[in-house]
Design a protein around this ligand. Sequence first.
Ligand SMILES: *Cc1c(COP(=O)(O)O)cnc(C)c1O
Length: 456
Amino acid sequence: MAARNNFMLDESRVPKAWYNINADMPVAREPVLHPGTMKPVTPDFLSVMFPMSILQQEMSAERWVEIPEPVREAYRLWRPTPLIRAVRLEKALDTPAHIYFKYEGVSPVGSHKPNTAVAQVFFNKEAGSKALVTETGAGQWGSAMAMACAFYDMPCEIFMVKCSFDQKPYRRMIIENYGATVYSSPTVRTYAGRAERERNPDSDGVLGLAISEAMETVATSGGLKKYAPGSCLNYVLMHQTVIGIEALEQMEMAGEYPDMVIGCAGGGSSFGGIAYPFVHRNLTQGKKTRIIAVEPASCPSMTKGRYAFDYADLACSGPIVKMHTLGHSFIPPGIHAGGMRYHGMAPSVSALVHNGDIEARAVGELETFAAAVQFARTQGIIPAPESAHAIRVAIDEALECKRRGEKKVIVFNLTGHGHFDMEAYDDYHNGRIHETELSDTDLQAALAQLPLVPSE
Ligand SMILES: *Cc1c(COP(=O)(O)O)cnc(C)c1O
């Protein structure tokens, strides 16, 4: 009989609680600082942005946080997601390793992002928020938010980075089809946007600035509108842990336990989502799974950035957090994996990398597309360019197993499909992708602008 390769859970197995890594962090938590005073923020600074129920999740150190039944009901539209053994890829690599991937591309918008979008809109609806405002880079977070807002009849405004707005019309159309309003950032609607347009009339926009525009819109709304971030914050990573909790159960069905868990990391939400339930076992049950976060060599916050306090946004109006950062003013090159172009990394992922609980690895764009194409030609699924970073390292590790004759078990997170990224693949096949080297001068210039936080 052929080996079983598709490990499906039925819908009763949608997790009942999220896992909160704050309960098990091996290092003390760093404070969140106010951008003006550089002192720890008071709850009223953050409550302009978020309803109290979400702030409580952000601060909570409770290990398991119950998922409200209406959120589980929304999850059941696409969860549990499949865990698949990549048998054909294993054969092509001729490796003794077993490679499994968790496939988040089955959500209606094709990525893991609705896992937190539906939860955030639910809690905001319950708290009486009148509209939600957010930013989007490549458009994946925007489409997830637009869909979730449609489910809960919540008005939604999205600042979309201009280069994606112009180059990814289908993502913008998806967002509008769900009923949300999209602006091309920088806009003339906000102070931050107007300042950028004056400074640089040809500005392509950048995620850090779209965040500034979204936060300013919320801050000037008289309390009516709230902000919904797509990554980085503790509670966003917590919502994503449904991925890893399901994967643990599915690996049990497969009768194996991973030696390695690999995920791509832009802001770190899908990575935390798959990895933290396994990190939990490492920290509390003596398991020794290697946990690997993969980033693009052109935007290498974990491998080349500094672990320091920095602003979350370009206009320096949002909170200051301790994280691996390239500097808030760093403008990453326009690589195709739009979801990986952020100057910082989630504070909890950064702390765990710094403490040695998580390994960080950077991969080049060409080798990443080569892995994506090899995966598509063996397993059929065309991965999102972001997800392909994890595939690259999974393949590299499987080849290392072949060299050493070791039968390791590898699990990676396939965060989304690449159906709206076909231009990127076309560029790859036609030799239009060139490795973008990080300029050390630019990096040093951006790092020189880190805030001077007292006590540091
Ligand atoms: C947004 C996105 C990412 C990166 O964001 P994280 O917060 O690091 O997960 C990765 N893959 C896909 C498909 C995305 O849409």
